[in-house]
Design a binder for this molecule. Sequence first.
Ligand SMILES: *Cc1c(COP(=O)(O)O)cnc(C)c1O
Length: 413
Amino acid sequence: MDIHNKRFETLSVTHGEHESTTSDVAEDVVVPIHLTSTYAVGGLNPDADLESLNPDAGEYLYSRLSNPTRNALEHRLAAMEGGEYGMAFASGTAAIVSTVMATVQPGDHVVAFDDLYGGTKTMLSRLFEERLGVDVTLVDARDPDAVADAVRPETELLWMETPTNPLMRLCDIAALADVAHDAGALLGVDNTFVSPYFQQPLALGADVVVHSTTKYLNGHSDSVGGAVVTDDETLAGEIRFLQQVGMGNMLSPFDAYMVLRGTKTLPLRMERHQENALAVADYLESHDLVTAVHYPGLESHPQHDLAKRQMSGYGGVLSFELDAELAGVEQFLGALREFPLAVSLGGVESLVEHPATMTHSPLTQAARDELGITDSLVRMSVGVEHIADLLADLERGFDALESAQEKTAATSD
Ligand SMILES: *Cc1c(COP(=O)(O)O)cnc(C)c1O
């Protein structure tokens, strides 16, 4: 089937669905959840090549290797990222560890953004550096020259995220693809933060893209999963080996169904996430008790030009600095009702998170200081609710902060 003349909004609703419907009972419009762990093969086939079963040709043996529901999702994910090969994993973490594992060996070197997702940073240091003898250099990848300077002859992989969490820093995917390819290395991009609807790293020159589908792709905060998409056949083969045999960290049929369902509304959700986030960012930027707002859609974002160049939208995550000490931040957060205090992001419901004591608490104070993660930094995943309710809620937070600050001032007078 030629998918290349279809638009994203069409692929995200139907692509993969029909090809993988194996039911002989009815012409399902939606692929069922194939819960079976194994498949009756009908008879002996001494010539069968178990290493390369083709699910598209109906070749199924065992569900860890392939499953019709997962296969449908893998086709959908590849189409949405504009790539050839898609693979669905049990988590974003599983997708990342498999991709990095497929590209490096002991003695190799990786250059990564110093502002990566906390779990990925820990994985790179505790698993790849400490156990597997892979050297990792973290750099401020906002500057492509800093990345180029960190590259060595044994560098096999550049690992990037853009925008980053929680400071919404960007790196220039096209420039870094040049740096990687000049060095004979691959560029991997974690595209979780704005989804393929707003940013397509493969088209900008990246070699492989990963996602935590837990976030925008599933979009409803009710499934944990991950994805990898690449055009590189050899790399895809290595990653698939790890997914199916080397690690067995594939996505379950139920979660594959959840993500298939979630992706159908991704374009609609992303538009509303962005509209709401921009309104929240504008409101925060004009507030006296806010000293900084980090959102790539704002003209005040130092990399707004790059954002306009490589993204078609800015997503729903932003962070900001309150003009308050930790106690004041607590008052603000405690007064919010539409923004439960919780990690994760990308669901239809708004969430608020305090990086210094939650996602980034495993870092030392010095490491947080160096990254710019202060006690007064607050991150929001802005959902798709009515904007008036979200702004009214923030007003409630600021009222609580103001009265707490007045009380402190009164007692110290
Ligand atoms: C959440 C997240 C991950 C990890 O994904 P899990 O599904 O939690 O394993 C990786 N990268 C980014 C940018 C994330 O936000």
